[in-house]
Write a protein that binds this ligand. Structure first.
Ligand SMILES: *Cc1c(COP(=O)(O)O)cnc(C)c1O
Length: 353
């Protein structure tokens, strides 16, 4: 299916790198197409702008929405590249399956990403740590209120130049274990990247913020015993000489950054375990000094060191509230590959030029 292109006749002013922040500025174009009568129609790039939707549209009432997040990186030689985009495409279709939303042809999806990045190439910033964040999203758009699986849907990709996540170096964050709310349960939508998971997480996030913590550490929704994720990132711990990350039990989002960290660490000979990790085990490891490092990982931050961990009113300090060697190494290696300063030996880089 050919992608139709309608270019804007009113390109916007670019915003300087220090004023970008995250997800506040948008490029000149967006990709969109509609699903109707069992097929996707009219894939096109159009000027970025507002949507007009029926007030009964399924997405507003029953939360039929999924999304993805990946970045286009500017190399030192001026070229532009994506990091493992096929992982995001596959995950989006897994999320769609869970939510009874239509599948997207993988080749068309990739072409849509490439075409949008090419057309808005001048929006890929070049200052250190900056990138063009790509946000594909898909929602049910039936114009009636009956509870039903979706017959019509809309798929869009918007692009937002984003600033460096770390303006003053990698600062460790403080997080607290959430013991009341849960993010997801097995059999639910935890492994799908759907907006509804976020809606359900805001209350705990707000409570943590009020107490001076930047994120919550989620426990599993069934036994409320096992560590799952931190805020909207996957989480990893170095306990003794073992790197531990919660196993993908169905309620955890399978992060591309998580998968990449595991691969890098294994390739370098680290012992990496994907397994159940209880809050009790983590507390014991804090007390005994076995917990060496802890970090969150996700596309936006790459890795985010955890300096303080609050569990049941006890606050533990990790690695002196400083970034640890493994966390720093992962950050340097991943960002090195993403921005093209370290050779990609694993086929993770998808060049746009
Ligand atoms: C997107 C997301 C992540 C991180 O996934 P990446 O592919 O590494 O960006 C982790 N947890 C949740 C809940 C997410 O939505």
């Amino acid at each position: 299916m050919a992608i139709r292109i309608v270019k804007t006749d009113a390109p916007k002013e670019k915003v300087s790198a220090d004023k970008l922040g995250f997800g506040k500025v948008f490029s000149d174009h967006m990709f969109m197409m509609e699903y109707e009568d069992g097929q996707w129609k009219d894939p096109r790039i159009v000027p970025f702008g507002n949507l007009s939707l029926h007030p009964a549209s399924t997405v507003f009432h029953y939360g039929a929405e999924i999304f993805e997040g990946l970045k286009a990186y500017r190399r030192d030689d001026g070229g532009v590249q994506l990091f493992r985009p096929e992982e995001n495409i596959r995950r989006m279709n897994n999320s769609a399956e869970r939510m009874c939303l239509p599948q997207i042809d993988e080749k068309l999806f990739m072409e849509a990403l490439e075409t949008l990045v090419r057309i808005d190439e001048s929006w890929v910033p070049s200052a250190p740590g900056t990138s063009l964040y790509l946000r594909p999203f898909l929602f049910g758009n039936d114009p009636f209120l009956g509870v039903h699986t979706v017959q019509t849907a809309e798929f869009l990709i918007i692009a937002s130049p984003v600033g460096s996540y770390y303006k003053e170096g990698l600062q460790p964050v403080s997080i607290m274990i959430e013991t009341e709310d849960v993010r997801a349960v097995r059999g639910g939508t935890g492994y799908a990247k759907c907006g509804g998971n976020y809606g359900a997480s805001f209350r705990a996030g707000k409570k943590a913020e009020e107490k001076g913590y930047s994120q919550v550490l989620w426990l599993d929704g069934v036994e409320r015993k096992y560590i799952e994720e931190v805020g909207a990132m996957n989480v990893m711990f170095q306990i003794g000489d073992e790197i531990v990350t919660p196993a993908l039990t169905g309620s955890i989002l399978p992060g591309v950054t998580r998968k990449s960290c595991i691969q890098l660490l294994k390739d370098e000979g680290y012992k990496v375990s994907e397994r159940l990790l209880s809050a009790e085990e983590l507390k014991d490891a804090c007390r005994s000094g076995a917990l060496k490092e802890a970090w969150g990982c996700g596309t936006a931050a790459v890795v985010s060191p955890i300096g303080h961990l609050m569990m049941d009113d006890e606050v533990f300090t990790i690695n002196n509230n400083e970034i640890g060697a493994v966390t720093q190494h992962l950050y340097d290696t991943l960002t090195g590959i993403q921005w093209g300063r370290i050779a990609d030996t694993r086929g993770w880089i998808h060049k746009i030029d």
